[in-house]
Structures are given as C-alpha cells and as structure tokens.
Design a protein around this ligand. Structure first.
Ligand SMILES: C[S@@+](CC[C@H](N)C(=O)[O-])C[C@H]1O[C@@H](n2cnc3c(N)ncnc32)[C@H](O)[C@@H]1O
Length: 353
C-alpha cells in the first residue's frame, strides 16, 4: 500500500472511533474523576482514583479505568506523571494530574463545562445524529425522527430532559457571559432595562443585572420554562411567545436563539424585537459567526454546531457575517457591529436606525 492510502486509512479509523472520545469524556464526568484528582491537590495513582469513585461494587474493573485514562491522556484531558517531582526518580505507579481541559470539568470551577458535556453526550442528544442520512433524504429534524417531538416540546413533556438541557445551557452561558461582562462593560452602560428573549431559566440576565444593578432585567421565555425559573434579585420572569410579542425594554439580548430558526422565522422575531425597543435601542445577539474556511481556535466547532442546529432544530443553522447582514437588514436592523468574543459565539449588536 502506498503511503497516501495508509494515511487515509488512519484518518478513517480516527473519525470512525471519534465517538469514543465523547464517551470516555462523558464517563470521567459521570464518575467525577477530575474532582477526585483535584481533591488530593496533587497527581494521583489509578488506585487512588478508583478509591474515590462512588458506588463501586465488589466486581469493579480497574482495567476499564486504565483504558479510559490512557485515551484521555492522549487527548490531553489528563496529564501523566512518571517521575517523582522531588528527586526525578521513576515512580513505581504512574500518577494522573489535571490539565487546562480537565480543570474545565471541576464542580467548583467558574468555567465548569461538565453539565454541557453531560447534555451533548446524552443519548437524547446523540441519538438524533443517527438519522443524518434520513435528514438528507427526507429533510426535517433528527431530533423529531428520534424522539417524536421537537426539542422544546420534548423539554416540556420530560422534566429530566428539561433539567439536563438547562443545566447544560446555563453552564455554557455562564462562561460566555463572564467574558462579555469582564471585557465589554460599555455594551450595558447606557441601558436601563433589558429583556433576554428566550432567556431560559434566567441565568444570563441575572448575571448582567448582578454586574449592572441599575438595569431592570426581564427574562422572557415560553410559559412552561419561566414557570421553572428560580427567583433572581432584579429580574422579572415573563412567559410568552416571541413570535407574537416581546416585552418592552431599552435593549434586548438573545443568546442561542436565532440559530434555532430559519430566516423567515428570524425575521419575524427581529420585527417583534424592533417593536419592543425604542428607536435608539439595540438588540445584542449572541450567536456564532461562521467562517467555514477559517482556522481560528473555534472555527471547526462552529461548523459542527451548524450541522448540530439542523439535526436538533431542523430549521436551525449558524450564519456567516454576510448571512447575518442580510438577515438583520430584512428584520429591520440596517446597522450592526460584530465583536468576536473568544468563544464559539460572537456578540452582534444590531441597531434599528
Ligand atoms: C437554545 S435555548 C437558549 C437558552 C438561553 N438563551 C441560553 O443560551 O442558555 C432556546 C430558548 O428559546 C426558547 N423558546 C423557543 N421558542 C420560543 C418562543 N416561541 N418564545 C419564547 N421563547 C422561546 C426555548 O424555550 C429555549 O429556552
């Protein structure tokens, strides 16, 4: 076989087994392994990891754990230590430590992504990917094909999915909102009231209000969603339908909303946003700006997210800057400014005049 074929085979095998990365990652989150290592304050042996795992039965299998850790060391989720830091001699048992990746999975980390991992790797979310071929042949959403109803209806009918979904959303939002609030204070300076459209259980608007107490916050989402939202100081929860009417405010935030819908639906939402804000108001959209040929840190994930929006929402998609410009113009927002926050999403400030 020539070298090209061998490289081709290696690539195909790598992609074929790509799901093993997701499953091993899910497993260490489920078992709390990053927290077990963290609780020792130093790299630890496999036996020490095992001893920290809850609910071990007498037939536990350390070989599984060994295999999982070996893969995740290769993926740089964990670090391996073979030498004694004191004298540089070989350790009798190798030890496993945290890396910047596994530090993102610690319960008490400000940037804990563990609930997001549990959401994205759950069979409720992964099963729809098995319908990709059917989606190509018939159109429609993989989520509906797998579960019989759309993602928002499924959430209202299945409390366990509802919790998984919003825990995952909240932790990914927390990471992003922290960056926006730290670096882009001026965005909220002259605003007295904000409605977060499709704000879920209200975490994002509560963080904005906490950092800018002069702002009155409204968390706006479907009635069954806001019914489950916790109380936050300075935040009013309002249930409704963004395709009908959006509560009035100086500004609107929308994170992860427009990418759920096709252009016609987005135009309707944007028109309702325009009716809800004054002429000098603005809409702050937090969503991906696709760059399919780009090689920035998050460009690859954005392309995956684009397909993911189709699989889970059917009409959903991520958009390039040119697509955003066209959509915003059609929805009544001729002027906009994009700020590339260092995460998957960017911030698009859109102005009605
Ligand atoms: C992908 S989630 C984003 C949640 C939140 N903004 C975040 O990023 O964490 C989309 C949200 O849109 C809400 N939604 C869907 N249809 C809606 C409608 N017609 N009116 C208001 N909210 C809606 C859903 O209930 C859900 O909370």
């Amino acid at each position: 076989m020539d070298e090209e074929i061998i490289l081709g085979q290696a690539d195909i095998c790598k992609y074929m087994y790509g799901f093993v990365d997701s499953m091993t990652l899910r497993c260490v989150v489920e078992l709390g392994i990053p927290d077990i290592i963290h609780s020792h304050g130093r790299p630890i042996t496999l036996t020490e990891i095992l001893n920290g795992i809850p609910n071990l039965s007498s037939s536990f299998d350390i070989n599984y754990l060994q295999g999982i850790m070996t893969i995740l060391v290769r993926r740089r989720v964990f670090a391996v230590h073979k030498f004694d830091p004191k004298d540089g001699t070989n350790l009798t048992e190798i030890r496993y430590g945290l890396t910047p990746s596994s530090k993102c999975l610690l319960k008490d980390s400000k940037f804990n992504l563990a609930p997001f991992v549990l959401l994205e790797t759950h069979p409720w979310i992964t099963d729809p990917w098995n319908y990709l071929g059917k989606c190509v042949q018939e159109g429609g959403s993989g989520f509906v094909k797998a579960h019989g109803s759309d993602v928002f209806k499924f959430g209202s009918d299945h409390p366990e999915f509802f919790k998984l979904f919003y825990d995952g959303m909240e932790c990914s939002t927390k990471v992003l909102v922290q960056v926006v609030l730290d670096k882009y204070q001026q965005v909220f300076k002259d605003v007295k009231s904000i409605v977060d459209v499709g704000g879920g259980t209200g975490m994002m608007i509560s963080e904005i209000v906490k950092n800018h107490p002069h702002i009155k916050g409204i968390n706006f989402d479907l009635p069954h969603v806001v019914a489950e939202a916790p109380d936050y100081p300075g935040v009013e929860h309002v249930g409704g339908d963004m395709f009908v009417e959006i509560p009035q405010a100086d500004a609107i935030t929308m994170k992860g909303i427009l990418h759920d819908w096709n252009d016609d639906a987005c135009v309707k939402i944007l028109e309702n946003c325009k009716k809800a804000i004054p002429k000098n108001g603005k809409v702050i959209i937090i969503d991906c700006v696709l760059n399919p040929d780009g090689d920035d840190l998050f460009d690859d994930i954005k392309v995956v997210s684009d397909l993911g929006m189709r699989v889970h929402c059917s009409d959903g998609k991520e958009r390039t800057e040119a697509e955003w410009e066209k959509l915003l113009k059609k929805g009544g927002f001729p002027r906009y400014k994009i700020t590339h926050v260092v995460t998957v999403q960017s911030m698009i400030e859109a102005y009605p005049e």
